[in-house]
Design a protein around this ligand. Structure first.
Ligand SMILES: NC(=O)C1=CN([C@@H]2O[C@H](COP(=O)(O)OP(=O)(O)OC[C@H]3O[C@@H](n4cnc5c(N)ncnc54)[C@H](O)[C@@H]3O)[C@@H](O)[C@H]2O)C=CC1
Ligand SMILES: CC(C)CC(=O)C(=O)O
Ligand SMILES: [Mg+2]
Length: 357
């Protein structure tokens, strides 16, 4: 198969982990006889430094012209502590999602059995957890009007959802539930928010079209609690942009670490495949970031954008084997991990390539 992949590492550990994700794609291409070509483009702080723009037109054009994008992360400490900065790395990420119409962010919470002990949640509560989040990605409070009034003393961010926006993500989640355990949990705050009341109304309205799927509605505060108390009760979860952002960072602890969670952002055009984590300033440049979220994002890319299921499964099996062989990056290691089994970003990539064959 011939495909063109755009690699957009972004900032911080995005650079470090995406290099490993790309190597895995290259190895898969040679192993299975595919012809993947690659290009790179700037986003975030790296793009601001080079062009003044967090999402240069050239990057966007390259994204639209590619068959899939392997994305890293954006962000830089200098903006995090400067609320007055008008141009920010995260604007590039949000604009990319909007411009490419990436309204559905699939975040599988996949727990590898070997990592049962890596979580702070008890293994007997965790075992068998397997959740697929559908986070709406182009609406909500992230994209509404924002500003200041009263001489800057009052700030506002408008949360908005249209019926159309809710319905299209809900339908994707219903369809996915049909292929899994046929349970859908819609998470909102309909006891308080009007956007959530529309959300619940739309989900209730289309539910009868999926009679084989059991639907449950939960308020986001209770859902946050239930995720930790009893993660196995969840199959597919569909929720708004802000709630999905927060709940999936929480849910990463089911899988053991933020460094294990991949995602697929899909919608109207080129799919973007990205770890759920950010640029992680605290470990940037140390070479210790777990690259498996990027590697598993590459697997999602092959599966969803290219329909290469066997190739994707080969990557997942290699990750599984790496963990079975006792190797751990620091974020998923514990006191029982022998020193010679602790990997850094680069050695994790090398060990993984050995297991890809
Ligand atoms: N999609 C994106 O590009 C995102 C960007 N950000 C940006 O990233 C910057 C840092 O944000 P934080 O809140 O610290 O979130 P973060 O996700 O970057 O890091 C949170 C914690 O998880 C750890 N972590 C994350 N990924 C890891 C990995 N692969 N291996 C090992 N440990 C890992 C970090 O070291 C940190 O302690 C900010 O500028 C933020 O705006 C945050 C989230 C997503
Ligand atoms: C800039 C943020 C919206 C990025 C983030 O936290 C995410 O996409 O999960
Ligand atoms: Mg997030």
């Amino acid at each position: 198969m011939k495909k063109h992949i755009l690699v957009v590492p972004g900032d911080g550990i995005g650079q470090e982990v995406t290099a490993v994700g790309k190597k895995v794609l290259e190895r898969i291409a040679s192993k299975f006889g595919h012809e993947f070509t690659y290009d790179e483009a700037l986003i975030g702080h790296a793009a601001i430094e080079a062009t003044g723009n967090p999402l240069p037109e050239e990057t966007l054009a390259k994204m639209k012209a590619s068959d899939a994008v392997l994305f890293g992360a954006v962000g830089h400490p200098k903006y995090d502590n400067d609320p007055s900065a008008k141009v920010r790395p995260e604007q590039g990420l949000l604009k990319m999602r909007k411009e490419l119409g990436l309204y559905a962010n699939l975040r599988p919470i996949k727990l590898f059995d070997e990592l049962l002990g890596a979580s702070s949640i008890k293994p007997e509560i965790l075992k068998g957890s397997d959740i697929l989040f559908f986070r709406e990605l182009t609406g909500d409070i992230y994209f509404g009007e924002k500003g200041r009034k009263n001489d800057g003393d009052t700030a506002y961010d408008l949360a908005e959802y249209s019926r159309f926006e809710v319905e299209r993500i809900a339908r994707k989640a219903f369809e996915a539930a049909r292929t899994r355990r046929k349970k859908l949990c819609s998470v909102d705050k309909a006891n308080v928010l009007e956007t959530s009341r529309l959300w619940r109304e739309v989900v209730q309205k289309i539910a009868p079209e999926y009679p084989d799927v059991e639907v449950e509605h939960q308020f986001v505060d209770a859902a946050a609690m239930m995720l930790i108390k009893d993660p196995r009760r969840f199959d597919v979860v569909v929720t708004a942009n802000l709630f999905g952002d927060i709940l999936t960072d929480e849910a990463s602890q089911i899988a053991g670490s933020m460094g294990m969670l991949a995602s697929a952002s899909v919608g109207d055009s080129t799919g973007v495949y990205e770890p759920i984590h950010g640029s992680a300033h605290d470990i940037t440049g140390k070479g210790v970031a777990n690259p498996l979220a990027s590697v598993l994002s590459a697997a999602l890319l092959l599966d969803i954008s290219f329909g290469l299921k066997e190739e994707a499964d080969t990557i997942i099996a290699a990750v599984d084997q790496l963990l079975k062989d006792g190797f751990r990056t620091r974020d998923i290691a514990d006191a029982t991990t022998p020193a010679d089994k602790i990997l850094n970003t680069e050695t994790a990539g090398q060990e993984l390539l050995k297991r890809l064959g």
